[in-house]
Write a protein that binds this ligand. Structure first.
Ligand SMILES: [Zn+2]
Length: 118
C-alpha cells in the first residue's frame, strides 16, 4: 500500500468513527449538595445539605453557564461530554494525518517507502 493510500485509509476510518458518535456538548456535570441558609432547616445540622443536585457548567463566549439537571439529563449530558472528548481526539488525529498528507505530497507518494508510525 502506498503512503497516500495508507493515509487516506486511516483518515476515512476516522471520519466513519465521527459518523457513529452521538450528540456532543462541552462542560462538566457534578453532584452538589447545598445549604438553604434557613437556621430552622434540618440542613443546618446536616453536614452535606440538600441534594444532590446535578449541576452542569460550561463556558459560552468566556461566560460560565450553569444549569441544574434531572438525573436523566445529567446522564445524557455526561454522555455528550464523553462524545465531545472522543470527537476532539479523532479531530486531532485527522489533523495530524492531514499534516502528514500535505508534507508527504511534496515527494512522490508512490515511491515513498518510509512509513512513519502514526
Ligand atoms: Zn435547608
Amino acid at each position: 500500500m502506498s503512503k497516500k493510500d495508507e493515509l487516506e485509509r486511516k483518515y476515512f476510518a476516522l471520519k466513519r468513527k465521527i459518523d457513529k458518535l452521538g450528540f456532543i456538548c462541552t462542560g462538566s456535570v457534578m453532584k452538589v449538595f447545598k445549604k438553604c441558609g434557613n437556621p430552622g432547616c434540618r440542613c443546618s445540622k446536616d453536614k452535606k445539605g440538600h441534594g444532590p443536585y446535578n449541576i452542569w457548567t460550561r463556558k459560552v463566549n468566556s461566560k460560565t453557564i450553569t444549569r441544574t439537571l434531572t438525573s436523566e439529563q445529567a446522564k445524557l449530558a455526561q454522555n455528550c461530554i464523553d462524545n465531545m472528548r472522543k470527537m476532539e481526539d479523532i479531530l486531532q488525529q485527522m489533523k495530524d494525518l492531514s499534516v502528514q498528507y500535505i508534507e508527504s505530497y511534496k515527494k512522490d507518494f508512490s515511491v515513498d517507502k518510509n512509513r512513519e508510525k502514526v
